[in-house]
Every structure is written in C-alpha cells, then in structure tokens.
Design a protein around this ligand. Structure first.
Ligand code: ATP
Ligand code: MG
Length: 421
C-alpha cells in the first residue's frame, strides 16, 4: 500500500528542528511575562460568522482563504485563519471587560488559510500574537511595538525595519473613501473582480490588493495618513514621541493598509530583508471598532500577529543562535543479563533525579550500544558488567573529552543530579 503524505501547504516540525521552535516559544514566554501579557488558548474552529464579522468580509482572508465547512448539524464552521477574532469572542464571552484594564493577552496558535503554498506561505502556519483591550492611549501602541522589537532583537535578528502608519478612524475614513473612489473611478473597469466588490464597501482595501493591475492603478492614489482628522493626527504624534523615548527606530510607511478590516489609527509591520525579497514577519495595529462589531460595548484594542515560520526562516537565514537539540546526560551500556537487569533500576533512579538517561532496548552488543550512545548525543556513558555490579562502582566516561572517573552508582547520581524539568 502507498503511504499517505501530508497535505500541500502543511509541514511537520521534526525532532531535528523542533528545538528551534521551543527556543523561540521560550523567548516569547519570557518577554510576554516582562510586559505582563497572559497566555490565552482559544479553539481551532469557530462559527464562520465570527470571522466574517471580525476579520471583515471585504478581506482576502474571508473572501478567498478560509477553510469553511458545515458540521453534521448544518452549522457553518471555519478553521481559524487568525487569532484576534477568537480572542475577542472569548474576551466578551467571559466578561473580561470587567477585569482590571487594560486586559493584556497573548497566544501562540496554528492558523489555517487556503492560499497558494510558496516560500513563507503555508496553509497551516503558526502565529504568536498579542491583544490588549481597554484603552485608546497611544502609550499602549508604543509599548506593543517596543515589545515585539525587543523580542526580535533578543532573538538576534538584525535586518529589520519597523514600518508605522495611521489609517485614521471611521470619521476621517469616510471623507477619505469618497476622495479615493473619485481617484479610482476612471479605472473601475480595470480593477480585479474582488476589488470591484470592494469599491463601494471598502475602497481602502483595494490599495492592499496583490493583483498587479490593482497595484498599478493604486500606486498614486491619495494616502489616508495625509487625510486624517486632528484627533487621529494627535494620536499618531504621541505614538512617535513614545517610540522615540524608548529608542525604537522606525519609518513612516504611508502605504501600509493591513489586510484585515478592523484596524483604526495605528498600523504597523515589521519586515526583514534577510530572505532576499522583503518579507513581513509581523503585522498589527489598533482596532477600536472590533469589540463593538462582535457585539460588545465599544472597547478599544490593539494587537499584532507574528508568523513563526517566517520568523524562523529569517533566523536561519541570518545564522543566529536558536538553541540546541536536546542531549541525553548519560547512556548506560550493559554486558550480560545481570547487568541489564540492574541497569533498569539504575536508569530509573537517574531519571527520578532529573537526569536524562538512556539505555539499550534492542539487544545490541557493547560496540553497537556505544555507537547508539554517540548517535543520540550522550554527554556521559558507563558500561556495566558483572564486576561493576559486584563492586558497586563503575567508570563514568565523558564522551566529549574521553576522561573517565571511578564512582559509585550513588556518586554518579549526585554528580549529574538536576532539578527536574
Ligand atoms: P501577507 O500580506 O503576507 O499575506 P497578511 O496581511 O495576510 O500577510 P496577517 O493576517 O497580518 O498577514 O498575519 C500576520 C503574519 O502572519 C504575517 O505577517 C505573516 O508573517 C504571517 N502569515 C500570514 N499568512 C501566512 C501564511 N499563509 N503562511 C505563513 N505565514 C503567514
Ligand atoms: Mg495574506
């Protein structure tokens, strides 16, 4: 029979590289703790309507990329294409708006989008994201950007650019949308079909379209940041000021629109050029209208999401430290049946004392056991035979230096003992 392969656009994270992921995840845990973001875990699937409303039905994600299916009860469900909508749902469902605000949450999740697979673009991919609810204060915008920049720096990345922009509020967007429609109208017939549907409902989205023709048509369009209201302009000034105070370098990129519908005021993207072409590692922004859109009171919020596959690709490309594959502390080799039996209890004792210990299970001869110890990366080894068991001690060998030391079994445990973890 044929074996069945993984689906196109999905990928396995094998033991040979999972340590990189664990390294990144640990750094995420550390930095979110310092900034007091708490982890939240939300379901992989939700009602389709949540994403249609929360992500916005003029977006690429909702129009083209969602994995949607009917369950047996005939309800339309969707695999989460992103994290924010589910987190906002949970925030409302559990009344977190009554907790001390701002509520600062982070997640580390898989996402599902039916896109054309290519480098850095998968159908199942992973995102680290944060969401903070409860204030419009630009200080929070600046803090979130500072946090993600610190994370990327602490991960050792260098070729980064922080792009910020403001896309205003519904008030300034209304006037701007009229202006933009006027600009686009002469070329309406040449827009892609998706953008034709965006023209009335959300023309701003046209400026984020990936189709060449729409890019060309939109290239000299009026930009939102030149048309924002006083309140939004003031918010943006304060954001820049607080980024400055924290020593964060940034560029103002007037063309950032962001793919999702719910953004207001601050939007930002962090790009890296270490993969050749410019690649967006992280995107985020403020979404003051989203909680209301999903049925809550008007509670402002801000967040970002970082694509972890792209992040790890950048780290690989820049050759930065990404942790190491886990090693065994000690390999217990045996000669003869008595020693084999004894080793079962000895290995258990080692493990109970926090030591990573391994033995043979394949009935190998001594030479083959040592080869296996080498392959699986043991720091130390011992060889137990009748003599060792009789005398209650053996020779502990450092596999790297070749040094040996004569110790009792208890002394070996004491020497290698660690807190369990
Ligand atoms: P893009 O413009 O690259 O399609 P996007 O605007 O759709 O990105 P977001 O929805 O903001 O992306 O998601 C945040 C981050 O998640 C992106 O910056 C990227 O790093 C990552 N990401 C998005 N889609 C994919 C995918 N299909 N595969 C891998 N990573 C992805
Ligand atoms: Mg996309």
């Amino acid at each position: 029979m044929n074996i069945i392969n993984a689906l196109k656009g999905t990928h396995d994270i094998l033991p040979a590289e999972v340590y990189k992921w664990q390294y990144v995840e640990e750094k995420i845990r550390q930095i979110t703790k310092r900034y007091r973001y708490e982890e939240i875990r939300v379901p992989i699937f939700e009602y389709t309507e949540l994403f249609a409303r929360g992500v916005g039905d003029t977006t690429d994600v909702v129009q083209k990329e969602m994995y949607t299916f009917d369950d047996k009860g005939g309800r339309s469900l969707t695999l989460r294409p992103e994290g924010t909508a589910g987190v906002v749902r949970s925030f409302l469902e559990h009344g977190m708006f009554a907790d001390a605000l701002p509520k600062k949450l982070y997640y580390n999740i898989t996402c599902y989008r039916n896109e054309k697979p290519q480098a850095g673009r998968y159908r199942e991919f992973r995102q680290f994201g944060v969401e903070a609810f409860g204030t419009e204060d630009p200080s929070l915008d600046a803090e979130i950007i500072a946090m993600v920049v610190s994370l990327l720096k602490e991960l050792g990345l260098k070729n980064l650019a922080v792009n910020i922009n403001s896309i205003g509020c519904p008030k300034c967007r209304k006037t701007y949308n009229d202006k933009l429609r006027e600009y686009l109208r002469p070329n309406y017939d040449r827009l892609c079909d998706t953008c034709k549907t965006r023209f009335e409902k959300n023309p701003l989205r046209i400026l984020d379209c990936k189709a060449d023709i729409c890019k060309e048509i939109g290239k000299d369009a009026p930009v939102l940041i030149d048309n924002i209201c006083e309140e939004c302009a003031d918010h943006f000034e304060k954001l820049k000021e607080e980024l400055g105070v924290q020593g964060i370098e940034y560029v103002i990129n007037k063309s950032i629109v962001r793919g999702l519908d719910y953004y207001t005021k601050t939007v930002f993207e962090i790009t890296s050029d270490s993969l050749g072409a410019q690649s967006t590692v992280c995107g985020g922004g403020r979404y003051d209208g989203l909680v209301e859109e999903l049925g809550g009171n008007p509670i402002p919020g801000i967040g970002f999401a970082m694509g972890l596959e792209r992040l790890i690709m950048c780290m690989d490309a820049e050759g930065v430290y990404m942790g190491e594959r886990g090693k065994t502390d000690i390999f217990v080799a045996t000669l003869g049946e008595d020693a084999r039996k004894f080793s079962v209890g000895f290995v258990k004792k080692l493990r109970d004392n926090g030591i990573a210990a391994e033995k043979d299970y394949m009935g190998r001869g001594l030479k083959a056991q040592m080869k296996y110890a080498d392959k699986t990366g043991s720091k130390y080894s011992v060889v137990l035979g009748d003599n060792e068991i009789e005398q209650g001690k053996c020779s502990l060998k450092n596999m790297e230096t070749g040094d040996t030391q004569e110790l009792t079994f208890d002394e070996i445990v004491d020497k290698l003992k660690k807190p369990k973890g």
